[in-house]
Design a protein. Structure first.
Length: 104
């Protein structure tokens, strides 16, 4: 009967401990948005600057978000954003890199 003593956390989207986490939620949102931007723009060869920079910033914010995250749901969303950022970053680097065609 231990399950009757557990709190119901299914109704909460982010915080499973029922505490506000504004910094963590902001980092999750930024990482996911940058990840989607990097991933989608990496599909176009001419957008390598956008995909590589968005991917790099998404990786940095996602890594810091992992460091300060407090709940499993935050970590899950951060890993999804980190994966998309990494794929976008690597494809952007393969298509021309961070400064390809701008410097030199």
């Amino acid at each position: 009967m231990a399950q009757t003593l557990r709190p119901n956390t299914a109704g909460s989207l982010f915080a499973t401990d029922h505490k506000p986490h504004p910094l963590q939620h902001t980092l999750v949102a930024v990482t996911v948005i940058l990840g989607v931007t990097a991933f989608v723009s990496a599909m176009f060869h001419s957008l390598h600057l956008l995909s590589s920079w968005a991917g790099l910033i998404g990786i940095v914010t996602g890594a810091y978000g992992q460091f300060v995250s407090e709940t499993t749901r935050e970590r899950f969303a951060l890993i999804v954003g980190l994966g998309a950022s990494a794929v976008g970053f690597l494809l952007g680097m393969a298509h021309g890199g961070l400064f390809g065609g701008v410097i030199g």
